[in-house]
Design a protein around this ligand. Structure first.
Ligand SMILES: NC(=O)C1=CN([C@@H]2O[C@H](COP(=O)(O)OP(=O)(O)OC[C@H]3O[C@@H](n4cnc5c(N)ncnc54)[C@H](O)[C@@H]3O)[C@@H](O)[C@H]2O)C=CC1
Ligand SMILES: CC(=O)C(=O)O
Ligand SMILES: [Mg+2]
Length: 376
């Protein structure tokens, strides 16, 4: 199979779909890998390293999209990339379709087979291709929050760890999954006063065990959200309903009731965001202020630490990517129900129910379960 790796084009996105070490694994299995020139150069993955790994360097994305059987990316394809996809071609990347009607329409029109990293599952019921980036974004969320709590950056001038004689800042984490756990580790490490909300009692039990009772775990009700958001210095939005648009857990009234200079980091923004006032921002222009509350809503946070993130992402995507290339996409998905769960669009058909639930009224979408759609 010919595998194509275009350079990412989203704002300040320096990650790359395959690092040289991953390219070598595909080449060792007999595949041809085309990498766009300078795709990884800014994070130290030079064209020379790719050539040494067995890749062929290609000058333009057009040539890569025209020649490759499978495109391996990081971020969702931008409109001009969607238009280069075709029927019979596989796209393997993050998609986040539920909050994105434009991309969904373009992928349906392309006829391509589109596999979303974020909906591939594993036998433990978790999301193995989302997890590494959630680890990164969860850790970064506290760094970002601490930065914007500084006066010069719009915040209240609160040091999360406090100092002897002054109480630490209060961090509220809504959603105790991978992002939430990693945010909690960083916030606890800084000495902040941390509360974590989740709808899963089992998850709250696990978090209580992990942190040996040193943080507060609270069942996520409307009442708990009212109370804890009004006293927080930093709120991290970390909820997920897989594949679906994020539930809006803080509304405009909650934001008005927050302390002036407090900070929201909406990590769930890639699924549309879990605060009513959230809108996606970029690394170039990451924050805006509403009712004296700083909003940080960068949809590709791990792109900020692209070298670490590329390697972490490749560790998780490589085995599934090799299966797709070695067996062919259809057989690979039929052999592995967890990979099949990644299929979101195939041959003009939407195969992920939560996407149709979110967008079915806006777009004229045809839904079919993934296994059946693969026979179309
Ligand atoms: N902005 C960015 O750059 C990045 C964003 N993300 C996003 O972060 C979000 C969280 O991802 P993960 O932690 O991996 O998901 P996860 O599935 O590990 O955890 C989500 C948690 O939210 C909880 N939850 C669901 N509804 C809830 C509610 N109403 N109240 C409280 N908790 C609720 C679930 O029980 C679960 O424990 C996702 O939208 C993911 O796509 C992940 C990486 C990077
Ligand atoms: C998960 C995601 O949206 C990212 O890593 O950019
Ligand atoms: Mg206020």
């Amino acid at each position: 199979m010919i595998v194509g790796v275009p350079k990412e084009i989203k704002n300040h996105e320096y990650r790359v779909g395959l690092a040289p070490a991953a390219v070598q694994e595909f080449v060792n299995c007999g595949h041809e890998v085309l990498v766009q020139t300078s795709a990884g150069a800014s994070i130290g993955f030079t064209d020379e390293l790719y050539v040494n790994a067995g890749a062929k360097i290609i000058q333009t994305p057009e040539e890569i999209f025209a020649k490759a059987d499978m495109i391996v990316k990081v971020k969702e394809p931008q409109p001009n990339e969607c238009k280069m996809l075709r029927k019979g071609q596989t796209l393997y990347t993050y998609l986040h379709l539920a909050p994105d009607p434009t991309q969904t329409k373009l992928l349906v029109e392309s006829g391509a087979t589109c596999i979303a990293y974020e909906t591939v599952t594993d036998s433990r019921g978790t999301l193995p291709l989302l997890a590494p980036m959630s680890e990164v974004a969860g850790r970064m969320s506290i760094q970002a929050g601490a930065h914007y709590l500084e006066k010069a950056h719009g915040g209240s001038g609160t040091l999360l760890g406090g100092v002897p004689g002054v109480a630490p800042g209060k961090v509220l984490i809504i959603g105790g999954g991978v992002v939430g756990l990693n945010a909690a580790k960083m916030a606890m490490g800084l000495g902040a006063d941390v509360t974590i909300l989740d709808r899963s009692l089992n998850r709250l039990r696990e978090l209580d065990d992990i942190f040996e009772g040193r943080l507060a775990t609270v069942f996520s009700t409307a009442d708990a959200i009212d109370y804890y958001s009004s006293r927080a210095d930093l709120v991290i939005g970390a909820v997920l309903v897989p594949g679906a648009a994020a539930p809006k857990l803080l509304n405009g009234e909650h934001i008005k009731n927050m302390k002036p200079g407090s900070v929201l980091v909406d990590v769930a923004i890639d699924q549309g965001g879990c605060f009513e006032t959230s809108r996606a921002t970029t690394h170039q222009d990451p924050v805006y202020i509403i009712d004296d509350v700083v909003h940080y809503c960068v949809a590709n946070m791990p792109g900020g630490v692209a070298r670490t993130s590329t390697m972490a992402l490749n560790n998780a995507t490589l085995p599934f990517g090799l299966a797709l290339a070695n067996k062919g996409p259809k057989q690979a998905m039929l052999d592995d129900p967890h990979l099949l769960n990644g299929l979101n669009v195939h041959n003009g058909i939407v195969t992920y129910k939560a996407v149709v639930d979110a967008l079915g009224e806006k777009l004229d979408l045809t839904y079919m379960p993934a296994a059946a759609a693969l026979n179309c």
